[in-house]
Design a protein around this ligand. Sequence first.
Ligand code: PEP
Ligand code: MN
Length: 260
Amino acid sequence: MKTNPVQFGQSTVGGDQFMVIAGPCSIENKNQLLDTAQFVKDHKANVLRGGIFKLRTSPKSFQGLGHEAYELVKLAKDNTQLPFISEVTDPRQINDMYDLVDVFQVGSRNMHNYELLKELGKTDKPVLLKRGLAGLVKEWLFAADYITDQGNESVVLCERGIRTFETCTRNTFDINAIAYVKRHSSFPVIADPSHGTGDTHLVEPVSLAAIAAGADGLIVEVHPKPSEAKSDGAQALDFNQFEHLMSKVSQLLPIVNKQL
Ligand code: PEP
Ligand code: MN
C-alpha cells in the first residue's frame, strides 16, 4: 500500500528520504546529551531522541530526570537544530511537553492506553506509536486509528520487538511486522533494533534487515559510554558503533531507492 509521508520537524518519514532517530535512552546530564546530540547530527541523524520520563520495569530503577532535563533539551536543540522526540507517559504531560518536543513518542507499555492516544489525536504534533510488548499487529493498527480518528493524521509506527518464548535476546524483533504494515497500511513504519534485540552487537544486522524489509527509518540508542548508562546500556551503541552503522546504512539505502 502507498505510504503517506509524515513530517518530523523539517524531515520527512515515509518518502525517499530515510529517517534516522538517534540519542540516549535516558537523558542523564548535560555533557552526555550535548555530546551525543552533536555526534549523531554530524553523522546524519535527522532527529534526536532522549528519555525524560522513563517507564521502568522496577520502581527502584532510574526514572528519568523529568523537568530537570528540559533546559538540557533546549540547549541540544539550539546547538544542533535537530527536531526532538521523547516519550509521553501520561495525558497530563501533553501540555507540559508541548513546546519542548517535535514528536510525541508513545512507548510500548502505553500502546493500549486509549485515553492517552485520544488526547494525542487532538494535538497537532506527530506521534511515534511503538508496538506493545505483546501487541498484535492488528491491535497496533487499531491503536493508530485511535489517534487519527481524533483528527491527527501524523502517525508513524515503530516495531520494537515483542515478547516470545525466546530468551536469548531481550525481545524478538518481528521483521514480518515491518513487511506486513508496508503492505496493509499507509502509515510509515520505523524499526527500533535497540529494544528489538537488547544487544549492542545485534543492532547493526537487525537494522539492515529492517531496511531490506521496507522500514522507513530507524530509532537507535546511542551513549558516549554505554557501560555507564543509567538505562539500557547493554543495547546502546557507542559513537564508533553508530558511525559504523551509518556507513552500512548508507551503502544499503540506494538498493531500496532511499537516501539519508
Ligand atoms: C525507549 O524508547 O527508551 C523505550 C522505553 O522504549 P519501549 O517503549 O519500546 O520499551
Ligand atoms: Mn531504552
